[in-house]
Design a protein around this ligand. Structure first.
Ligand code: C2E
Ligand code: CA
Ligand code: CA
Length: 752
């Protein structure tokens, strides 16, 4: 059995993913400490790098400044050759300083005059400047706050190296903000950045009052640590970087190149770091959540699509598209589960067949045929006991249902109910739908698979004839065994003739008019090795269906000819013997030739071979058979109609076919005894009719003396039946005939 695809397993995968992410969260929390550590280290190196960067930046700025200052000097040299032309100078200078960091500058002349960039003479000399111009090297002032421009400025002084120049040197004022930028640490600007001199005081006006000591103290750095740091900055010209991290902060100090006594100091409080740590964790979690969400969405989309496909597949796998109910596969699964889980419930399988379905299919358009099936399916659906019963459609297009019952009557009622509801729906396309059904009452001890149960219900339904008035049949083990046996026999059939498993019995017939043995009928017996005698009722139909019957009939006929020939040669008295000829045999090509040739080969005289024909089908056309009988009679065969009055043998056959003898079926005798008069009249009528048609009448299946007497009275020509003799092996028959011919008072031999 195929395994059902479980949807539970489909959800297992995303569930696992969720668990995985939860574990990741827990891990992140666990790792918080190590993350902090990591961030600390990262921060320390970053901090160091920033400090170094800042120092380098600051140095390069100063370099640029001095170069600019040098440029000015060269330029101004040229400019100040014609210094008398103040306006020229001013223009040239303005051109040059346009867009620079320089706010103002002044140059000092040998004659003691001092000019600003507008070539105006400054009368007062700043204290700072006074100090500057005495220096013979490029120098930088400490930043100071200029109250007029309201900015912080530094002055750079560049001396003029040309001895004969009018210009002694030049000083430029630079705006501090343009060279001094506070570094941004991470996301928070809680980090601070200072330039300090080697006494530990913040250099810039902006940070006035800030000292390394006060800074470290505010972060409660240990005294020892503080002293180390101060020692570092006091040792002028130290180009190293020192990092000191403490619980509350990380401090990083680096010397500013070119300026011996300045240091950049960056300070990163721990709060920033823990903020950063949380931030890292939060970010990681956020990303995890986003990834997880995206993933889950994908999985859901995938599963939904997959689910749809699965459901479609499952539907295809489980649903009958016409009846819109379970197909056999699904029914078998569901029914199996119901039977298993409701151990005390009595269940039956009902197999419902639409009668004449083949014809309906040819007569009605497909849509209407499907509507019929759908109607039946709907009726079944409404009748089901929820969660305890189920129904479906088989692979061969029959509706099946698993129903509960207490008494057999319940099943009959159930079936009648379905029939009634169908009736109530009225005809489809003018066609009134009729159903018949087979029922298998589940025998739990048998432990059958549901498919076997369906087969059994189907078997019961199959045993119903299309035109029968009964339309519900229950499964009986015996009839099923018979079927199985038939199937088995079919397998043995081909070999049986070669193996000489067929034996002929003779049943004597009695002449009522002359009171003597009149003939015999050859009846075949199949003797199966290790099994014994198989009666014809078990295999004749089967052989007729497979066409094998004509071979068997020929065999029997030949054996009878051989027997007659033997009797002839022995000089014994020859009595007519009849053989059965199935319709299928008679209609075969070469039938006449074979029978006539054989008859001639064994030298059997006319009138000593009789052929019995049975009608096995209704509404025959008699063309072929009629011709055959004519021919047979021409060649000296006696022809009789067998089983007259039973099955399909009819008056029509009498009219169409020129028989010599009518064999009345035992049914004429075995009618009910409530109206013996009527039976006798009927029998009498038939005998009279036969005689009127110039036929002899022989009654079959005569079992009692009473029957015998009645037939004698009615002037029946002959009888065949147990009352006289049963079918017997050839050896017995020979003895029987001898005795019969010797004994004149055969009447006494009658039994019954
Ligand atoms: P049938 O031709 O009607 O043969 C008569 C059947 O009635 C025989 O059954 C015989 O044993 C049985 N019978 C005879 N007297 C009595 C009686 O008093 N009471 C009862 N209850 N039965 C009696 P059997 O031998 O079982 O044969 C059954 C049928 O099989 C035959 O019916 C015949 O149609 C067919 N059959 C037998 N041998 C052959 C054969 O060689 N070829 C063909 N085509 N059919 C054969
Ligand atoms: Ca017969
Ligand atoms: Ca018969």
């Amino acid at each position: 059995m195929k395994k059902k695809i479980s949807f539970k397993s489909a959800y297992l995968f995303p569930l696992m993913i969720i668990i995985m992410f939860l574990l990741l969260f827990v891990m992140l929390f666990q790792m918080r400490f190590s993350i902090t550590q990591f961030v600390m280290e990262q921060a320390a190196t970053d901090n160091e790098m920033i400090t170094k960067e800042k120092s380098a930046l600051f140095s390069s700025l100063l370099d640029n400044m001095s170069l600019e200052a040098k440029g000015i000097l060269n330029y101004s040299e040229f400019a100040f050759i014609n210094i008398d032309n103040e306006y020229d100078a001013r223009e040239s200078i303005n051109d040059y300083f346009y867009n620079t960091n320089c706010v103002k500058f002044m140059y000092f002349m040998r004659d003691g005059r001092m000019y600003d960039q507008d070539a105006r003479i400054y009368l007062t000399i700043d204290e700072n400047l006074k100090n500057l111009i005495t220096l013979e090297e490029i120098s930088l002032s400490k930043p100071f706050y200029d109250t007029t421009s309201k900015t912080e400025l530094i002055i750079m002084y560049v001396p003029n190296m040309e001895a004969d120049s009018n210009v002694l040197g030049i000083a430029a004022y630079y705006r501090v903000s343009s060279i001094y930028t506070i570094g941004e640490f991470y996301v928070s600007d809680a980090g601070s950045y200072y330039i300090v001199d080697n006494e530990g005081n913040a250099v810039f006006e902006k940070d006035k009052g800030v000292t390394v000591k006060s800074l470290l103290e505010s972060y409660s750095f240990p005294v020892q640590e503080m002293e180390n740091i101060l020692k570092f900055i006091q040792s002028k010209g130290n180009t190293d970087t020192v990092i000191s991290s403490f619980d509350s902060a990380i401090v990083s100090i680096s010397s500013v190149q070119n300026i011996v006594d300045w240091y950049t100091l960056s300070l990163l409080p721990s709060t920033v770091i823990s903020d950063k740590t949380s931030y890292v964790i939060e970010q990681t979690m956020l990303i995890s959540v986003i990834i997880m969400a995206v993933f889950i969405i994908f999985v859901i989309i995938f599963l939904a699509a997959d689910n749809r496909a699965l459901r479609k597949m499952e539907r295809l796998q489980n649903i009958d598209p016409i009846a819109e109910c379970s197909n056999q596969y699904k029914f078998e699964i569901d029914a199996g589960e119901l039977i298993k889980s409701n151990k005390t419930t009595q269940y039956a399988i009902i197999y419902i067949n639409i009668q004449n379905f083949k014809n309906i299919k040819q007569l009605l358009p497909l849509s209407e045929v499907n509507r019929m099936i759908k109607n039946l399916s709907e009726i079944l659906k409404k009748g089901m006991v929820k969660n305890l019963e189920t129904y479906g459609r088989t692979a061969d297009g029959r509706m099946i249902a698993l129903i509960m019952y207490k008494e057999i009557q319940d099943i009959e009622e159930r079936f009648n109910d379905i029939t009634e509801k169908l009736k109530a729906l009225g005809p489809v396309s003018g066609y009134m739908m009729r159903i018949n059904a087979g029922v298998y009452c589940i025998d739990r001890n048998a432990r059958y698979q549901v498919s076997d149960m369906i087969d059994r219900a189907s078997f019961a339904q199959n045993s119903l004839r299309e035109d029968s008035i009964v339309n519900l049949e229950f499964y009986h083990q015996k009839s099923h065994d018979d079927l199985l046996r038939t199937i088995a026999l079919e397998g043995f059939m081909e070999k049986a003739l070669d193996n000489e498993e067929f034996v002929i019995y003779f049943q004597p017939k009695y002449d009522l008019i002359n009171n003597r043995i009149y003939g015999a009928e050859a009846l075949v017996r199949w003797i199966r090795p290790n099994e014994g005698i198989v009666p014809p009722s078990q295999f004749i139909n089967l052989f007729e269906r497979s066409g094998y019957i004509s071979q068997l009939d020929k065999f029997v006929f030949t054996e009878v000819c051989k027997f007659q020939n033997k009797m002839l040669k022995q000089g014994s008295r020859i009595i007519p013997i009849s053989v059965n000829v199935s319709r299928a045999s008679a209609e075969k090509d070469g039938f006449i030739e074979y029978y006539v040739n054989t008859k001639n080969t064994y030298g059997i005289k006319d009138g000593f071979l009789e052929l019995e024909f049975t009608e096995s089908r209704a509404l025959e056309d008699y063309d072929i058979l009629s011709k055959r009988i004519k021919d047979l009679k021409k060649y000296g065969f006696v022809c009789s109609i067998d089983d007259f009055g039973a099955g399909y043998s009819s008056f029509k056959a009498l009219q169409a076919l020129d028989f010599d003898i009518i064999k009345l079926d035992a049914a004429f005798l075995k009618t009910d005894n409530t109206n013996p008069k009527k039976n006798a009249n009927l029998l009498s009528g038939v005998i009279t009719l036969a005689k009127a048609l110039d036929m002899k009448v022989i009654a079959e299946g005569v079992e009692t003396r009473q029957e015998l007497m009645l037939l004698r009275e009615l002037k029946c020509d002959a009888i065949q039946g147990y009352v006289y003799a049963k079918p017997m092996p050839i050896a017995d028959y020979i003895i029987f005939v001898e005795k019969a011919l010797r004994n004149k008072t055969e009447n006494d031999n009658f039994v019954g």
